[in-house]
Ligand binder design. Structure first.
Ligand code: MG
Length: 474
């Protein structure tokens, strides 16, 4: 089934159109807290793009909107529809071109805009695209704000201006330079030390928007850069999600170039995964673990991660005697909890680092800079650095529950384990001495996702298998 690709798509609040794609498989327009996603030619049609954009244009009352896109081949036509619709709604559109999603967020703040739209389907394959909506604070819309926009779209509650009150558009080509500057000026990053160390770095931006920023950032840090799949053509050289199984080309390039480290960036550059000096992926969870360790080494403060993120960050926070909290899955949920607690670092285990000093959104350039900073301070190799951190392995599986109501499944399992420490914030999470399992329902498929973590892969597999069996036996 073409419509499911991991964590970022888990938070659907509603489902809209159902259509048959050319292969006869049901394809859905995904409507989630971070926006909409669909397949070009089936569910993400010009009409759908127009409807949601018009609703957003009215939601921001014809204000100033930052527009950026990743490199997908469908990006230009969507951008034209979005721009035209916003101008018809009276908006002043500032088009910043092909940029990472976090760059759009930063530019909303920089321009004091009323909102932002990133045209992207994040890590989804080439046939997908979508719109991510941001508010005037540069963060994704909060769930109730997103609901409002979707309701306005569904009820066609939007207006167009007459000829004399149309909006306008202009280009701003400086957004990437400002983003790089912001990262180079992070308090925790010692630019001179990094420039002196001159790391050899391979970066795979999978022909996405990362290609327009990460190599430049690395060069500014005087790294010796080997960029693969850098051209932002949108024709992804491999499956774009930065999971270990998609990083073989990067691993081989790190080995053949005898590089210090490799970075894999997803197409809209909010997620970053690391490959070690032997070409072996660290596991995407460890990007955030490294960032958390670096920040807490330097400063005491609060840490927020989502419910499915590795316990390694929790162990580190405890070691440094710092408060640690978990939020629901989804960038905006983490960001809002970070605001509430005035956290100094946070993010999601899928390679999404949030450093509030830059802004409250996942940011791959930030992750790259913090990783290199930790590596230069550590002095050894990236593998040795990873080995020095708390050791956990996470396993993600899913179990079919056709014929059962997912809420009843979760209730039955939580009843069975009520003697354990259970959290119901987002599905059911059961914590054990040195392991945990997180069960989440899907809003689009009759499945339960079973995420388990333990000190070794065997233990994590066994823990997951135990719960899969318990669910299957219901
Ligand atoms: Mg992404």
């Amino acid at each position: 089934m073409a419509c499911f690709f991991a964590a970022e798509l888990l938070n659907f609040l509603a489902l809209a159109t159902l259509q048959l794609d050319q292969g006869g498989i049901v394809s859905q327009l995904m409507v989630s807290i971070s926006g909409i996603r669909g397949e070009i030619g089936s569910t993400l049609t010009p009409e759908v793009i127009h409807k949601y954009t018009a609703a957003f244009g009215s939601y921001v009352k014809g204000g100033k909107v930052i527009l950026g896109r990743d490199s997908r081949v469908s990006g230009p036509f969507i951008s034209n529809i979005v721009k035209g619709t916003l101008v018809a709604s009276g908006c002043h559109v500032i088009d910043i071109g092909i940029v990472p999603t976090p760059t759009v967020q930063l530019e909303v703040e920089y321009h004091n805009a009323d909102g932002g739209i990133a045209i992207t389907a994040s890590h989804n394959p080439i046939q997908w695209n979508g719109l991510k909506f941001m508010g005037s604070n540069g963060r994704f819309l909060a769930p109730e704000e997103a609901d409002k926009v979707f309701e306005m779209a569904d009820k066609s509650e939007f207006n167009y201006n007459k000829w004399s009150d149309l909006g306008r558009e202009h280009l701003d080509a400086e957004a990437i330079a400002r983003h790089i500057d912001k990262v180079l000026n992070i308090n925790y990053v010692d630019k001179e030390a990094l420039q002196k160390r001159r790391f050899k770095v391979v970066v795979d931006t999978v022909n996405g928007a990362g290609g327009v920023i990460i190599p430049e950032l690395l060069k500014a840090l005087n790294c010796e850069v080997v960029a693969i799949n850098q051209e932002p053509t949108g024709k992804f050289a491999h499956t774009p999600e930065p999971l270990a199984e998609n990083l073989k080309q990067l691993g081989d390039a790190v080995c053949s170039n005898k590089a210090d480290i490799g970075f894999a960036i997803d197409p809209d550059a909010d997620r970053c995964a690391i490959v070690d000096n032997q070409g072996v992926p660290l596991g995407e969870e460890y990007t955030l673990v490294i960032a958390v360790n670096l920040i807490l080494m330097k400063k005491m403060g609060r840490v927020v991660v989502n419910m499915s993120t590795s316990r390694a960050s929790e162990d580190i926070a405890r070691y440094y005697n710092c408060m640690f909290m978990r939020s629901k899955v989804g960038e905006i949920n983490v960001a809002e909890k970070m605001v509430e607690l005035d956290a100094i670092i946070g993010g999601e285990g899928n390679g999404g680092v949030i450093l509030p000093e830059v802004h409250l959104g996942r940011d791959a350039p930030v992750a790259v800079a913090l990783t290199l900073q930790h590596l230069v301070e550590f002095g050894g190799t990236i593998r040795e650095l990873r080995d020095s951190l708390p050791q956990y392995v996470m396993v993600k599986q899913k179990v079919n529950i056709e014929g059962l109501h997912p809420d009843n499944v979760l209730k039955a399992i939580s009843e069975k384990h009520k003697a354990q420490k259970i959290n119901f914030l987002d599905g059911v999470k059961i914590d054990f001495e040195d392991s945990w399992v997180h069960l989440r329902k899907s809003n689009t498929e009759p499945i339960i996702r079973v995420i388990s973590e333990a000190p070794t892969e065997t233990e994590a597999q066994e823990l997951g298998a135990q719960f899969m069996k318990e669910i299957s036996n219901l």
